[in-house]
Design a protein around this ligand. Structure first.
Ligand SMILES: Cc1cc2nc3c(=O)[nH]c(=O)nc-3n(C[C@H](O)[C@H](O)[C@H](O)COP(=O)(O)O)c2cc1C
Length: 318
């Protein structure tokens, strides 16, 4: 049984294996091995504008079989009204960017190929890494959990709510997520993080799983375009509508965090867009005496250097 120590007003989650996560990069932000996409790896990294070692890196989600996803350029910048910004505005008017819609569709090489390649690279890099998996079949889930048992991970994240994957009914989906989390906890030797979206019945799922005490943290996924902009046509309506992230999703993340903090003591990994966000999260965690860490996701697309600059400027609590 885990011993829970609350770290009031401090960005820190202590996992059952003794590892600490404070600043996390969200799945998808730094590719499959944590070194980042080409612009981070070959430009910002060497120029010291990005340093993956300051973070606990959540790898991009893997599935059992390889997936082609929905093709290239399935991420678009949005303004505050949900309209797509031009490439010109993206480059030269970053203040107009209020978030992103993505419909990447879990493009990935599959767990077998990934296991042949990435664990070695992760060991060599010495990075603190969280693995991420998605499975819509329980046998696949167990298969992947066993594969991940040989990876040098700090924790394993179950991406239970990818908004780009066709979903079951809300009730069926909740039952499936709860069952998946339980089975994963039995099969995995890593601490377990559950990634949920506002679109899930997240509070019911969190309250149910809190009783068993084997979910060590909950992280937050992007939110369906149709939830954030009801009545508007998503630029990705032909491929499921996509998930909205960034500032546009802040209010939903806040409601989620507040409700989960009120009803459970599961630690939360909270998405960050700006310094103001961080202040709000610290205040909320202090008021509720709740353990949190921070997650940098699509802010990496807007200002890829900012998360590193923030940590260098402010230091770490430990
Ligand atoms: C381009 C892109 C790719 C993503 N890929 C994944 C993924 O593979 N697995 C996953 O769990 N989440 C993925 N996400 C969701 C992020 O990890 C994060 O949960 C989401 O963007 C919300 O956080 P944010 O508002 O801070 O960006 C992706 C997001 C974006 C924008």
């Amino acid at each position: 049984m885990r011993r829970r120590v609350h770290h009031r007003g401090v960005i820190l989650i202590l996992l059952s294996n003794g590892r600490i996560i404070d600043y996390v990069t969200a799945s998808g932000a730094l590719a499959f091995d944590g070194s980042g996409w080409p612009h981070t790896r070959y430009l910002l990294g060497p120029l010291k504008f990005h340093d993956s070692s300051l973070f606990t890196v959540t790898l991009k989600t893997l599935t059992r079989e390889p997936r082609r996803g929905n093709g290239y350029t399935k991420v678009l910048p949005l303004n505050q009204h949900g309209a797509v910004l031009s490439f010109w505005d993206f480059l030269f008017s970053p203040n107009k960017i209020a978030g992103f819609v993505n419909s990447v569709g879990l493009k990935n090489p599959g767990i077998d190929r990934a296991t042949g390649k990435y664990p070695r690279m992760i060991k060599k890099s010495g990075l603190k890494v969280i693995g991420s998996l998605y499975a819509d079949d329980l046998n696949d889930l167990v298969y992947m959990a066993n594969k991940f048992n040989d990876w040098p991970l700090v924790a394993l994240e179950l991406n239970a709510s990818c908004p780009n994957i066709p979903q079951r009914s809300r009730e069926e989906n909740s039952a499936f997520i709860i069952e998946s989390a339980r089975i994963l906890a039995e099969s995995s030797n890593h601490p377990l993080i559950l990634k949920l979206s506002f679109d899930d019945d997240y509070l019911f799922i969190a309250k149910t799983l809190a009783k068993d005490n084997f979910i060590e943290a909950i992280s937050m996924n992007s939110i369906k375009y149709s939830t954030v902009f009801p009545g508007l046509d998503s630029p990705f309506s032909h491929i499921g509508g996509g998930g909205v992230s960034g500032k546009l999703s802040r209010d939903y993340y806040y409601i989620m965090a507040k409700n989960i903090m009120n009803e459970t003591d599961i630690s939360l990994i909270l998405p960050v867009w700006s310094e103001e966000c961080i202040e709000n999260w610290l205040l909320l965690s202090t008021i509720n005496d709740h353990d949190i860490s921070l997650s940098f996701g699509s802010v990496f697309i807007r200002w890829p250097w900012w998360p590193t600059a923030f940590i260098k400027r402010n230091g770490k609590d430990l």
